[in-house]
Design a protein around this ligand. Structure first.
Ligand code: C6P
Length: 405
């Protein structure tokens, strides 16, 4: 049974007041709050086990290594990777995409080739591909979206061709909430010989992901949107592909033998993890995943669907509110503009009501261009949010409207 009070009690930050009102945290798409067990796991590492990994022969280093590699095992299980060698720690989704664009892209994308992305990508799944295409003389193509904020799948099929080397697609849009049909996209891309990178930065905390069932080539995400710490994320990729890719960065840990003539690189996954990694981050990430597992996606999806439906019903009847993103398949994001109030002003007024939302382009400027808005206000929900908090959001919106009337 999902016990909302118990879940909220797991997150110490939620229990506070701002401007004399209880904090209503609705900026979960930017970053989620951290449960006490994650905070404790990180503290424990620094209090009891702190040492560098893979290097020392002493007990602390062994413990640190066990914690770090233990986290990799938890993550591999969570995403159903074939083995731990398919889990590469990165600084986050952004670095994971850059790793693939630079290493795999640099080796496999040539002049005349095409990289196909979508109109609803976050900048981190646009810019690295743009840079690659410019560098090698390839062409970046873009799958259009419709007025609901859904991919136009007929256009996707038309744009896909033998020239497509890679399809980059966001699993869940941060600006619209749309959940994309990645299974179909992967199948169709593979049929023309293209690889697929799925940006799971938003989706991974909300829906179960099975990389083997999806047959996805590259799946990336960030821990901090999954109740884990900032500065750590993963690239999960097929071992068969990772084996053929050149290293992304050079340095310690990613080598086996170094001479001035030649360097022999380390095995997977270490070949892609140059330098001292974010050890406490990985440990915190592992613990965050165990936390998600302890609640389970059945309960999470049910709860978050209820919340989104509740908020959407209120948005639909709210005077002067225009929702941006009304896809049939969507999760946890309510992006909108309010007549006569700039989203940034809205964000500031809501903050005084202790309601935290994000206002801006959400690092998805092409989405803003498509909907002809400079920015949106975005409330994004998580498993610890409540209907009362949604009510507080709409009461604050009413207040903002009155101020600007
Ligand atoms: N979106 C948001 O408020 P990093 O910064 O590497 O952890 O994640 C980047 C990223 C990639 N893809 C998607 C779909 C994302 O939503 C994000 C991060 C935050 O929407 C910060 S801009």
């Amino acid at each position: 049974m999902f016990d909302i009070e118990k879940v909220r009690a797991d997150f110490p930050v939620l229990d506070q007041q701002l401007y004399g009102k209880p904090l209503v945290y609705l900026d979960n798409a930017a970053t989620t709050q951290k449960p006490q067990c994650v905070i404790d796991a990180i503290s424990h590492y620094y209090e009891a086990d702190n040492a560098n990994v893979h290097r020392g022969v002493h007990t602390l280093s062994e413990r640190a290594t066990a914690g770090y590699e233990g986290a990799r095992k938890i993550i591999a299980g969570f995403f159903n990777a074939r083995c731990e060698r398919e889990v590469i720690f990165t600084r986050g989704a952004t670095e994971a995409i850059n790793l693939v664009a630079s290493s795999w892209g640099g080796a496999n994308v040539r002049a005349g080739d095409e990289v196909l992305i979508t109109h609803m990508e976050h900048h981190s799944n646009i810019v690295p591909w743009q840079m690659l295409c410019e560098h090698v003389g390839a062409t970046l193509k873009v799958v259009p979206i419709n007025a609901q904020g859904e991919l136009i799948m007929e256009a996707f099929e038309e744009l896909l061709s033998e020239r497509t080397r890679l399809v980059g697609v966001v699993h869940m849009s941060n600006a619209l909430g749309t959940i994309n049909p990645i299974s179909t996209i992967i199948e169709k891309a593979h049929a023309v010989g293209a690889k697929v990178l799925v940006d799971g930065a938003q989706a991974a905390a909300h829906v179960a992901v099975d990389v083997q069932a999806l047959d996805v080539d590259f799946y990336v995400t960030s821990a901090h949107k999954m109740y884990g710490p900032t500065g750590i994320g993963v690239l999960i990729a097929k071992e068969s592909i990772l084996k053929t890719m050149p290293p992304y960065q050079g340095g310690g840990d990613m080598i086996r033998v170094v001479t001035f003539d030649k360097t022999e690189f380390n095995d997977l996954p270490y070949k892609f993890e140059a330098g001292t990694p974010h050890i406490s981050g990985a440990i915190g990430f592992g613990r965050a995943i165990e936390y998600i597992q302890s609640i389970g996606f059945d309960a999470i999806e049910k709860r978050e669907k209820e919340l989104l439906a509740y908020a959407t019903a209120k948005a639909e009847v709210f005077d002067g509110l225009r929702q941006i993103g009304t896809a049939r398949e969507k999760a946890c994001v309510l992006s909108f503009v309010l007549d006569g109030v700039h989203p940034h002003d809205l964000g500031t007024i809501l903050d005084r009501e202790a309601v935290a939302i994000r206002a801006g382009h959400h690092c998805a400027m092409p989405v803003m261009d498509f909907f002809k808005v400079p920015a949106t206000a975005r409330a994004s929900f998580s498993l610890y949010n409540t209907e009362a908090e949604v009510d507080a959001l709409f009461a604050a919106l009413k207040k903002a409207q009155e101020i600007f009337a």
